[in-house]
Design a protein around this ligand. Structure first.
Ligand SMILES: Cc1cc2nc3c(=O)[nH]c(=O)nc-3n(C[C@H](O)[C@H](O)[C@H](O)COP(=O)(O)OP(=O)(O)OC[C@H]3O[C@@H](n4cnc5c(N)ncnc54)[C@H](O)[C@@H]3O)c2cc1C
Length: 331
């Protein structure tokens, strides 16, 4: 690990003051913010990032607040995954968020890992994580996974990079219609969480979200979901702790056994949480039977282009959708 200076500011003003300028794209990584450190410390030790300065967010008051509101929930960037998992009111109103948080890694990782860190964590693709592989995510010319070992990579939305977004929380928060409160040198802005994440073909290929170099994620606001039922269903290779091979966040409103509103977002299959709008529309007016699960699964995975080693994700994701819908039908 390269030496760096370590600072612990006590206000958001001080944090953004320490960050590079908004257009300082090439040297943005010379300052990194630290939350729980579950991802950043690994990146530092493996020389994936070599900042001159590390700015710990933990001295900023209020960032760890988890607040129920009449309009929903305010979730500060430093709220831990364990706090989301364990909050019984949140579990009752937004089951998929508590379930997604509870599916992350191990107890230790959930105790230490934060919402901001989970949403802003970097890809887990092993080419990206290999110090000597200068892949397209690290400013190189190509995505080595495309023609290489791509068992864990994207089947939807890939190109020119084929990473999958590693966050379990992201699909659940997108399905809940959450917004991100962002703070930069020019002040605050709000972005729908669905628009917070960027496809490699849309934004800078070396980034996964819209944060400018001078910006930090401050809070996630989740609207109330009265009358909705929801769940997060994840499949992982190792049951003790692991990232999703595929996952689904599903939320439904039902009336007399028929769906009146639906949200469906896939994890582990694309470089962003993958919203399945066609499938959501197809769900409305239907009963949750085997035929609905089949139709919705087909529509959700429409356009999927598996690579050499990950075609298994297609039936896997369809199966998880069916499992989630069946669970909600009997909830
Ligand atoms: C063994 C292992 C297993 C794991 N399994 C899973 C899993 O199953 N599912 C899953 O979702 N994750 C998994 N993770 C990832 C883990 O959940 C995340 O690394 C963790 O949540 C990150 O949170 P943190 O607070 O520790 O972030 P940090 O490591 O402190 O930060 C992560 C990144 O986000 C940036 N950052 C942090 N906070 C902010 C902010 N407020 N604004 C802007 N940028 C910010 C940092 O600069 C850094 O680049 C696993 C990690 C490990 C080590």
């Amino acid at each position: 690990m390269k030496n760096f200076t370590y600072v612990m500011p006590t206000s958001l003003e001080q944090v953004v003051e320490l960050l590079p300028g908004p257009r300082d794209l090439k040297t943005r990584d010379r300052v990194k913010v630290l939350a729980g450190g579950q991802d950043l410390l690994g990146e530092l030790k493996e020389h994936l990032v070599e900042p001159e300065q590390v700015v710990n967010l933990k001295g900023v008051p209020g960032l760890a607040d988890l607040r129920p509101q009449a309009s929903g929930w305010q979730i500060g960037a430093l709220v831990t995954l364990a706090a989301l998992e364990e909050n019984t009111s949140l579990r009752a109103s937004h089951t998929m968020i508590a379930e997604a948080a509870g599916s992350v890694g191990s107890t230790q990782i959930r105790n230490q890992g934060t919402v901001g860190g989970n949403l802003c964590q970097r890809p887990r693709c092993w080419y990206y994580r290999h110090e000597q592989a200068v892949c397209i995510k690290k400013g190189g010319a190509e995505c080595f996974a495309y023609g290489g070992l791509n068992k864990y990579n994207a089947i939807l939305g890939g190109g020119p990079s084929y990473i999958v977004h590693p966050s379990d929380l992201a699909p659940a928060l997108v399905a809940a219609g959450a917004t991100a409160l962002i703070r930069g040198k020019k002040g605050e802005r709000t972005v729908e969480l669905e628009r917070f994440f960027t496809l490699p073909s849309e934004g800078a290929v070396t980034r996964e979200n819209v944060l400018a170099p001078d910006e930090v994620l401050v809070r996630v606001d989740v609207p109330a979901m009265a009358g909705w039922k929801s769940t997060y269903v994840k499949f992982r290779e190792r049951s003790s702790y692991d990232f999703a091979l595929a996952a689904v966040a599903a939320a439904l409103k039902l009336d007399g056994g028929k769906v009146t509103e639906a949200r469906l977002v896939l994890g582990g299959v694309a470089p962003v949480p993958w919203r399945c709008e066609k499938a959501e529309k197809a769900l409305v007016g239907r009963k949750l039977d085997a035929e609905t699960c089949r139709v919705v699964g087909e529509l959700a995975l429409e356009g999927a282009e598996p690579l050499a080693h990950n075609a298994y994700k297609l039936p896997l994701a369809k199966g998880l959708i069916a499992k989630a819908l069946t669970k909600l039908a009997s909830a």
